[in-house]
Design a protein around this ligand. Sequence first.
Ligand code: FAD
Ligand code: FO1
Length: 477
Amino acid sequence: MSDLILFWHRRDLRLSDNTGLAAARRQSAKIVGVFCLDPKILQRDDVASVRVSYMIGCLQSLQERYAQAGSQLLILHANPTQAIPALAAALSAKAVFWNWDVEPYSQQRDRTVIDALKEKGIQFLEKNWDQILHAPENIRTGVNTAYTVYTPFWKNWSSKSKVKPVETLLNSQGLTEAENDIARQAGTIELPSAKDLGFHWDEELVIIPGEAQAQEQLEEFSAHRINEYQEQRNFPAVNGTSQLSAALKFGVIGIRTVWQATLDALQNSRSEETVASIRTWQQELAWREFYQHAMYNFPELAQGAFRETFKSFPWKTNEEHFQAWCEGRTGYPIVDAAMRQMNEIGWMHNRCRMIVANFLTKDLLINPQWGEKYFMQKLIDGDLSANNGGWQWSASSGMDPKPVRIFNPASQTQKFDPEGEYIRQWVPELRSLDTEYLVSGNIPASEREALDYPAPIVDHKQQQRLFKELYQQQKDL
Ligand code: FAD
Ligand code: FO1
């Protein structure tokens, strides 16, 4: 057995502030990375081309980082439950290390890998968290149950001290020529392009892949925009949020580094407003963690509604309405702008994610699982826990103490896109219309027809009543 530790990357595509990688480096001077392109994930029907393109870009950049450190990132394209233990055995690695993940698929995959490694007498790192600041086991209610409500979760979570960023892998020995040959025989390949894997994204990526870019984005945001976050974050026409979600999804930046940036910003803060803004951004990071803990504690969330009332809700199955929603042709300008933003660039502003999710479930009365899947098919940051959490929150089917939440598209536009700037950007055929029409959504029929813009596919007031009736019936069952 050699000194080699294989480090298996999955959604931690970086060398800096990586807890598992730092633990590996403490135990050995020879760390070689491996990423396994997993057909079980890549062949699912909810994988966005834009997300795979971003991931491949991050892998390219990670390969460069490994080369600079004196080592390499190997690539496999196979079932990891066989390929990872087989590669480790072929290279006589003493251990395989990786960071744990909350997703149900991950848990099952990793247990199988652990069994195979045990059989081969290869060590592994026991349940090491990296994506989150606190292990789910450490954030429990007074009666030792998992939280199902955000506010008390936040109180507990934010009161706990947080680990500082861990050391970056700066140097490591790599494989010898002979070991490289062995690795090739064990199935390692050159990194394919997203296209080679069947994913076509020809547009420029809205988020540039790679660790250096994510770090730069964090520095830029936490030096300036974080101070106005509370005020700016709700306006989709404004660049008021960090756009770090894809980097956080794939662990292209470490969460401890992100948290430290908020502490530094607080320290430099000169007014109550900036402190409040930074705290608000910290709360968003806590939402991310709340949903990850929730997925870990209640894996059944991935299968459907959390609340009993919604487990057998009579959702409509109107394919035409669903298609109009997907394409951004509902006749509701704010909904259409948002869907077109996502279809075109693979990212959507949070305010708009809430508006369109609310519209699909409360106005079209369509099962949130349809929308959840469509989001996963389109988003660069598509993430099971955050997406499922966001959809269940919007559908009122999840962990939200408010029984029913209904958004009125016109009042949302009035509050958050009062000049129709965002609508004009994403629905070009409406650019020349008076702002009043864009905001109210009451576009005269003659204008609509001339612009080839659809009439509203449903009536908001009527659908709101219908939803409430159905909800009441379900509750009374
Ligand atoms: P910022 O406002 O800068 O927030 C910083 C970070 O905090 C984000 O990058 C993200 O990691 C986290 N965060 C912020 N808000 C939330 C939230 N409500 N829930 C969980 N984490 C949050 N986020 C995803 O990362 N992936 C998804 O697939 C996803 N799907 C969503 C679906 C719906 C229906 C809704 C309502 C929200 C969804 N979100 C999802 C949460 C949120 O919309 C995005 O994280 C946010 O818009 C990303 O932009 P940002 O990085 O500029 O966020
Ligand atoms: N992780 C992998 O280890 N291999 C992959 O091929 C892979 C593809 C992929 C595509 C889209 C996406 O959103 C995530 C992807 N991931 C991949 C990361 C994945 O989130 C983690 O592997 C999880 O642990 C799976 O539960």
